[in-house]
Ligand binder design. Sequence first.
Ligand code: SF4
Ligand code: SF4
Length: 68
Amino acid sequence: MVQHTVDDEKCRGCGKCEDICSLELWEMAEADGGTKRAVVVEEAGEICNSCLCCSDACPEDAITITEE
Ligand code: SF4
Ligand code: SF4
């Protein structure tokens, strides 16, 4: 099981994580004030292969991937 954590203080909704994930596990959700924030789809914990492409691509260093 893979845990995806996004630091909402850092994420600015650029969508780079969504663009780079080959398994399409990221979505941009509406946040306060009409801004966007990255969230993973419900089944991401089961499907993610921990390639770390999303966390490597994030310009804000907002994503942490951990395995449980
Ligand atoms: S790449 Fe980083 S800053 Fe951009 S949407 Fe994803 S988590 Fe947010
Ligand atoms: S670690 Fe890889 S497979 Fe998992 S969400 Fe990030 S880009 Fe997608």
